[in-house]
Each structure stands twice: as C-alpha cells, then as structure tokens.
Design a protein around this ligand. Sequence first.
Ligand SMILES: [Zn+2]
Ligand SMILES: [Zn+2]
Length: 335
Amino acid sequence: MAELRQNLATREWVIIARERARRPNAYVESSDRLRTHERAEHDPTCPFCPGNEELDLERAREPAGPDWQTRIVRNKYPALAEQGLLTRSFNGVERSITGVGYHEVLVEHPFHNTTLALMTDEEIRAVLLMYLRRGKEIAADPRVEQIVFFKNHGERAGASLLHTHSQVIGLPIVPGNIRHRIEEARRFFDDTGQCVFCTMLADELRRRERLVAVNEHFAAFVLYASSSPFHIWILPRQHHASFLHVAEAEVMHLAPLLRDVLFRLYAHLNDPDFNLLIRSTPTKEPENGYFHWYIAIVPRLSRSAGFELGSGVWINPTLPEECAAFLRGDISATE
Ligand SMILES: [Zn+2]
Ligand SMILES: [Zn+2]
C-alpha cells in the first residue's frame, strides 16, 4: 500500500508510491549524455566565458581585472526593471504593481566545464559570499520585499545556458509560497513554542536514516515527505530566519557541505539536472524564532502532470530513506 506523508513545515502531503517504487539506481542518468566535466573549458560562443563578457550588463566582478572568479551581470532579458517607480493599482478584480525589481545572474566560475559539485571549497565560498554581498545590496532598496536566489542546472531544470550560474531576483512582493511557509511556521511556533525547522533538524539528526551529510554548522537530508526523488534540504544548525543575516564565518562552513551533497548527486546520478533555491524570510522582516532559512535541492528526474497541478499533492515513486542511503553510498548502483 502507498503511504501519504506530510511535511511538518509546509503541511503539504505527498504520496510515497511504494507499489510503483523504483530503486534509486533507476534514476542514474544515461552515460550517453555529455556531463559537465566532459565539455570544453572554454566556449567561444558563450556569453559567460572569459573574453566574451558583455560589459554593459556587468555589475560587479571579484576579483577586479581580467582574472575574475565570479561576476554579477544584469539579466539580458530581465523579468523586472531596475528603474522606475513602484506604483500599486487596485481596481476591482484588477490588482497590479509596476514590474520594478532586480533580475541578475551570478556567473559562478570562469570555466565552461564546471559546476558547484566540481569546484573547490574556496571557489564555492566565493559564490556564496557574492550571493550575500549582492543580496544585502538589493535588500537595501525599499521597493524590494523578497529576494529569491536560485540555480537551474540543466535543460530540464530550465537552464538556457550551460555555463555554471545562479540567478538573483529582487521582488516588490512576498510570493505566495513564502507567505504560506511563514504562516505555517508561525502556527507551529504558536502551538509548541518551537521553530518547526529546528524540530525537524533535531529529529533527522537523531534518526540519521535520511541524512546525507552533516558538519558542525549544517546538515543535509532527504525530506521525509519528499515531493520527488532525491529532494534534499540543507538546514543551518544555528537558527536564523534570513540567509542575509548569516555571518560570513558561517557561510564558510556551508561550502564544503554543499560541495559534498552536490558531488554525491553528480557522481551517483551522473550529473542530473536540478534546481537549487534558498528559502529565506522577506527582506524587511526582522529575525524571529519561527522561520529558519534553508536550501532546497530538487533534482529533475520525474515529471509532474495534471494530478500534481490539480491537487498540489505530489506522487514520489522512491523511498526517501533509500535515496539517502544511495547518496551515502550504502546502496550500490548495481544492487
Ligand atoms: Zn561559458
Ligand atoms: Zn529554527
């Protein structure tokens, strides 16, 4: 019989379809596809490769000069415009705000044939510090309510350019899924006096069966109520509501854990497509006891369809405990 599981933090349900369960190794990508490390180090047609920088779009580079490690550029086709007044219009059913905000790209490395999973800790730190730096600058704009950091790796995850990059969007609203998470976290806090994420983290650290990697400051686990195969959360062990409030010293400890988790996905599943996002409190909200920032990693291995769209309930054909064991190396690829 299948099992319905509820995510304690979001209160969303998923169906773990044991009957149709596929072993984790069924999701190893075919070796025919060109993996990231098999590409050329430089692509003359790539706008993110050194030598092709579109300087009119560039906002910052680190370090300065031709030998940059990371760059921030404005998106060539931005979803939101930086210039302009924020005006609201409410007219019956027609409710709108002018499309002001930020839409930027963080080029994570000069090489065309790498990705976070293959970088050094030092290189990942440079990316994370750029997230922090640019996030704080965007958050200082009073028009911005929410910053969304995300990464699309591979075509199925929505990436249109292969060169390793992330995106930063500064929105003039708080999106519904953040509002929903905050409301649920606040409700849990009212009921128990605890942060729901700290509660989940303590339980995952005690059980260990869904843990993928852990260090003194961060822990990564496959979600009990994973909506899709290998759906992973990375939680800081220190409670902070916002990623932007994290000390640089703490970010240093995130780099090796992030690399470890992404390398496990890369090595065990053969460079799968995935989305990575940072969930964090709205920019104008102070620190609080109930919301806890985290990173979600969602490999794009199965497709959603009408049922998911219609119900908001996902069908996951893998057992989260088996996915975690597979990433830890406890279940071999040929088993
Ligand atoms: Zn490139
Ligand atoms: Zn917490």
